[in-house]
Design a binder for this molecule. Structure first.
Ligand SMILES: *[C@@H]1O[C@H](CO)[C@@H](O)[C@H](O)[C@H]1NC(C)=O
Length: 123
């Protein structure tokens, strides 16, 4: 992710739908994405996810979705620049995984699970 686009995204979010408190450090936020079962961009009807750092920045757990839904496309609206989002085809994160940048894309094979880690964290 380019630092410039991250700043633009932050600015857009602060002015828009997301509570600005989430972006000023008072609420620890890892990232925000929308996901759709339809593998196309821009997204069809989508689900909204706001991922906190509450599980801890070193958390490597494999996270799944309600009813084990399989998504076909994702639009990452914000992701902490010191953290990484990795999407997995399998529900137990047993495949290699695909690192996601920001923006909309359709991971080949869709994704059933993800991990959010912060290998570059300085805090
Ligand atoms: C979701 O997948 C897990 C692992 O395969 C399984 O144990 C669980 O029963 C599934 N839950 C639903 C609601 O299908």
């Amino acid at each position: 992710m380019q630092p410039t686009s991250a700043l633009l995204t932050l600015t857009a979010l602060a002015a828009g739908t997301v509570n600005a408190a989430a972006l000023t450090g008072r609420v620890p936020l890892m990232g925000i994405f929308r996901a759709s079962t339809v593998a196309q961009c821009p997204l069809e009807a989508s689900d909204f996810y706001q991922i906190g750092l509450s599980l801890g920045p070193d958390d490597t757990s494999c996270r799944t979705f309600y009813n084990n839904i399989t998504y076909g496309a994702i639009n990452v609206e914000y992701w902490h620049p010191q953290c990484v989002l990795v999407l997995f085809n399998t529900i137990d994160c047993s495949d290699d995984g695909m690192a996601s940048g920001t923006g909309c894309w359709s991971p080949p094979g869709g994704f059933q699970a993800y991990k959010g880690t912060c290998p570059y964290r300085t805090w």
